[in-house]
Ligand binder design. Sequence first.
Ligand SMILES: C[S@@+](CC[C@H](N)C(=O)[O-])C[C@H]1O[C@@H](n2cnc3c(N)ncnc32)[C@H](O)[C@@H]1O
Length: 413
Amino acid sequence: MSTTTTDRTDQDERAEVLRNALVDKAIADQKAKGLVMRADVERAMRTVPRDRFIPEATLEEAYKNTAVITKRRGDETVSSVSAPFLIAEMLGQAADALDGLGGRDVLEIGSGGYNAALLRELVGRTGSVTTVDIDADVTDRAAACLAAAGYNDVTVVCADAEHAIEPDRHFDLIIVTVGAWDIPPAWREQLTEGGVLVVPLRTFGTTRSWALRRAGDRLVSHSHRQCGFVAMQGAGAHTMRYVDIADGVHLRLDEGEQIDVDAAKGVLTQPRSEAWAGLDLSPRTRLHDLSLWHATRLREQAVILTAQESAIESGLVAPSWRNGTSATFHNGTLAYRTLRWTDRRFDLGAYGHGPEAFAAAERMVEHMRAWVEAGCPPPELQILPAHTPDGDLPDGAVLDKRHSRLILTFTPQ
Ligand SMILES: C[S@@+](CC[C@H](N)C(=O)[O-])C[C@H]1O[C@@H](n2cnc3c(N)ncnc32)[C@H](O)[C@@H]1O
């Protein structure tokens, strides 16, 4: 018995050291992005023992700054304990938008236990945390881990969160920890007036975590961060399609997007044209904001190019980010964003392949210049119900989904 106690104490001490190192790293990473971790989020992260939510992992694995996969279906990851840096950013978004989470009633969509425990720390004794997951294996596991870690006051529900979890129940915060394509009406309706929805939402093939505040029947953005998540299952599931256009190079298409796949497959064998914007940009420039700017302006031609390391090393493609770069595909011509560094600054450009390669590259570059001339504005988002007539929409680029109308705007800085 005494040996076990000593072992456990050693283990706990080692976990604490690793946990503090992880939080220090997350704070430094946020700083590099120009963000500051809130003191309440930092405190929660230094308190919750992440190792208790991944008991099958070693302590070192449990305190890596990465997601840990907890369930696969074939090749697909269907559940994970999310990456700490991402959770910290999303909790920061929520706490900033609500001016602190103390005393708040929170619904988490997508369970793992770890984030629910962090939320439990943040809401304190007078708040409440409910977590819902579509998968009974996940809720059983989350409930067991929460209990083992001493968090006995989190309500764990197994249900498809596309629908309200309880009639007439309202929350100050709904934090979604699964990749969504749309905002089902139940999410808005379960929020109190002024309540906040934090959701990783896919627009034009890329996902960002938006903090959105409810104002009547609309949701208005407060902040956003780049992120990635496993995809939503159940009634709200929406597929993405990858078209192989060469060895290790894909075009990612959002639901409903169509391209001439046969024309796309040979396009990289055609000669390359290039155009450069002649810019001198800081490494902090938020290119994912530019990606949305491009998508809202190039609309039906817009796709996302992804590439494996091998395709870049061989010189086949040179995208600005291999996990998802703005591209266009139109009339058999591909153009995608690239960049080149000089010292610690960079210029943006576009490479084109196909019959109108130079014109397509030039068109992308003109939009890059326009975005920089406007002061590199970030996107702002408003979400209204699908039945809202055109005449009642605010100005901006409209993206229609099944349940909602998204309006994206960029205010010159
Ligand atoms: C990334 S994991 C959640 C991580 C977790 N919040 C944590 O503490 O690390 C995403 C979860 O969303 C769940 N999910 C997917 N679709 C869902 C739906 N329609 N309703 C509720 N949960 C869903 C999956 O089963 C999966 O467990």
